[in-house]
Design a protein around this ligand. Sequence first.
Ligand code: PLP
Ligand code: COI
Length: 358
Amino acid sequence: MQITTTLTSSPTDDARLAEILENPGFGTHFTDHMFTVEWTPTDGWHDARITPYGPLTLDPAAAVLHYAQEIFEGMKAYRHDDGSVWMFRPEANAERMVRSCDRLALPELPADDFVQAVAALVEVDQRFVPSNSGAGEKSLYLRPFMFASEKFLGVRPAEHVTFMVIASPAGAYFKGGAKPVSLWLTEEYTRAGRGGMGAAKTGGNYASSLVAQREAYAHGCDQVVFLDGQEGKYVEELGGMNMYFVFDDGSIVTPETGTILEGITRSSIIELAGKMGHHVTERKFAIDEWRDGVASGRITEVFACGTAAVVTPVGALRTKDGDVPAPASTDLTMRIREALVDVQFGRADDTFGWMKRV
Ligand code: PLP
Ligand code: COI
């Protein structure tokens, strides 16, 4: 893919950048540039460009604004101690985006083009990749996304599609850092159904989760747990994270795929925990098993994981039938977190070949 680059004439000055990188928060500061490429049936993907970051001009009839034909990805670039910048498993995000493209009837963006686009933006804006002296685990969060930009109100797959990448320096997703998060169990709302979009990373799934997330906040909780749509019995995932359950014999369970977003952090943990000697099973996991397991002490840890949240211990689960207390420990959770971030920050050998240098 041929990419043209037009640099901004007013880059963020060094003092302001240092201030942002000192305390980036999550998702509020953006880099100086963005990547864009367009698709039409006749020209395919064309006009790939990096331009100064700024607002879009979008026709009010653009299909995405009406029918939500949109998908996105979330990934990160990390600065190692020697100053080099690395992305974590970008091919896995590229492949997941292809699956999302298929589900949302969007044109496939070849995985190589996806990785090239993301790498090109990181390279142009690499001064925004935080360094990690001290304990802070800061990175550059990357948000590739694709949407129906055709001006047309009929309901059919769009014939003008735009793919973009923006980037945002990021610190911890949760204010408490790696402190246990509290969860609210929604029994009224589900996130995905059979034949639905649960496995796709599409804005509609997040839109439908917001009312339940609001409910979680109203109950004093950080995140919401969704159960399966058919029986309302099995744990699926959180609004923006996958889940793991640790048993007292060291074995680990994570809900099976199908209607959940197949997290890249989730699949990395399956490999890492396996290497650490733990037996990991992907299977249906009933909400009652959580309740009973914590009560009996068989479940010793619960944690959530995702690009934004990394690996975060889960504390208490609040439900309309009463609270399930926080599990006894966070020990393995924190060891898994450390094993993962050590690879991401180049502090441990990348034995799985996950890191790609920019
Ligand atoms: N589940 C949902 C609904 C998510 O939004 C995310 C975050 O991207 C995840 C799981 C975790 O996926 P990943 O580890 O690829 O970030
Ligand atoms: C991510 O982790 O990349 C996500 O998209 C989830 C969201 C909570 C920011």
